[in-house]
Ligand binder design. Structure first.
Ligand code: FAD
Ligand code: 3HM
Length: 369
């Protein structure tokens, strides 16, 4: 019997997981990336049980593990005073650079036999089962996956009904040296530390150690604050607000960087015919709960398993997949939007069991038959 064929648009975390899972389940998979190189957007990332289970299921976890860490606590400070120290009751979470995660996923995809094409931009998709590239080439397949991010052409060429919202805040994300000794040394500098200042102006630094050497920092400022959102960062403005972070901010000011506003995207449906949308193309969310990529990888994995094991009627398989999976993601998206709008993560102790619902979800235990 000939292999079933899948065409995947976008080699981000969602596209790589979908392509790899499909290839491991016997599909002939081509993955199209518009960039000239395989590389991630952003700087560092926090992953939780849901996506860590996916990484284990596809065989990417062991190669990634040496490049990650589990900080002792997720600490929240207001004006440098500790509000809470959370450890999520032993729930598995890890920090890492996006590059380490992306490299591990690319290696796993190649090992699974995925054909990855760079400089291959997708222009449009057809629910009947085809993908059109900007080169004019038309590719037919049993399954088309739109994993081409928040500005998805796969989605917009088909005309999925959607609501898009832009938030009032955004961040500059950077990787800098840990600077642990310059910061004063001590175990607290191994924590994730969410440094909030809401007065006299809103300037927040999320401090995320990724390994012994690398630190991810996300500097959040309102879009309307031209100085706070400037790149490279305005050292004087940031150090006045967070003087105890001077060594890290000095390193950050050396990097050009990029400031991104938060975006949310809610779709009525995640599929149409043989086309499935996964990741930010389907459900971009505010980063407050650090679940955009987690839910992207969980849903990409469950979609690929459903397509492989759910029967021959692809349109129905994808509708059933969405019905099973989207409630957890929808709730996570809503909560993330609420936390971003109210900036209430600043109070600490926000990771209640309800808030951690998506983080705890294990997509690898669901039966798709
Ligand atoms: P993307 O990462 O956007 O990947 C899409 C890929 O498709 C890219 O490689 C792009 O080049 C390619 N592409 C685009 N258009 C085309 C086209 N037409 N043809 C071919 N290729 C195309 N999530 C977490 O889980 N934990 C976190 O800690 C976390 N922190 C975050 C912090 C911030 C500030 C932000 C903004 C987001 C954060 N997220 C986090 C969310 C996470 O970054 C995204 O949800 C995730 O990267 C989405 O992955 P994706 O593969 O769907 O899309
Ligand atoms: C990990 C993480 N968590 C929260 C935010 C945020 O609220 O901007 C960003 C992150 O990278």
């Amino acid at each position: 019997m000939s292999k079933r064929k899948a065409e995947v648009a976008g080699a981000g975390f969602a596209g790589l997981v979908a392509a790899t899972t499909l290839a491991q389940k016997g599909w002939d998979v081509t993955l199209h990336e518009k960039d000239t190189e395989l590389r991630p957007l952003g700087a560092g990332i926090v992953l939780w049980h849901n996506s860590l289970q996916v990484l284990k299921a596809i065989g990417a976890y062991d190669r990634l593990l040496p490049h990650t860490m589990v900080p002792p606590f997720y600490e929240t400070r207001m004006h440098n005073v500790t509000q809470s120290l959370e450890d999520f009751d032993g729930l598995h979470w890890r920090t890492m650079t996006r590059k380490a995660l992306h490299d591990a996923l690319v290696d796993t995809a190649r090992e699974a036999g995925v054909e990855i094409r760079v400089s291959s931009e997708v222009d449009a998709a057809d629910p009947a089962g085809s993908l059109t590239l900007t080169s004019g080439e038309v590719r037919h397949a049993d399954l088309i996956v739109g994993a081409d991010g928040v500005n998805s052409k796969v989605r917009d060429s088909i005309g999925f009904e959607q609501e898009r919202t832009r938030s009032k805040d955004g961040v500059t994300r950077l990787i800098v040296p840990r600077c642990k000794e310059e910061l004063g040394g001590g175990e607290a500098w191994d924590n994730v530390i969410d440094f909030w200042n809401l007065e006299p102006r809103v300037l927040r630094v999320l401090y995320v150690p990724c390994n012994e050497d690398e630190l991810y920092i996300a500097l959040m400022a309102p879009i309307e604050d031209k100085e706070g959102s400037a790149v490279p960062i305005n050292y004087d403005v940031w150090v006045e607000s967070h003087p105890y972070l001077a060594p890290v901010l000095r390193e950050a000011a050396k990097i050009s960087g990029r400031y991104d506003g938060y975006q949310t995207n809610v779709l009525k449906e995640w599929s149409n015919g043989s086309v499935a949308l996964v990741g930010d193309s389907a459900h971009a969310m505010c980063p407050a709960l650090a679940q955009g990529a987690g839910t992207a990888m969980a849903n990409a994995y469950s979609m690929a398993v459903a397509a492989s094991e759910g029967g021959d009627d692809m349109a129905k398989v994808l509708v059933d997949w969405q019905a099973r999976e989207r409630e957890v993601t929808d709730r996570c998206q809503n909560k993330s939007a609420w936390f971003a709008e109210t900036r209430s993560m600043a109070n600490g102790n926000q990771f209640t069991p309800e808030v951690l619902e998506a983080a705890k979800y294990d997509p690898t235990t669901v039966v798709h038959a």
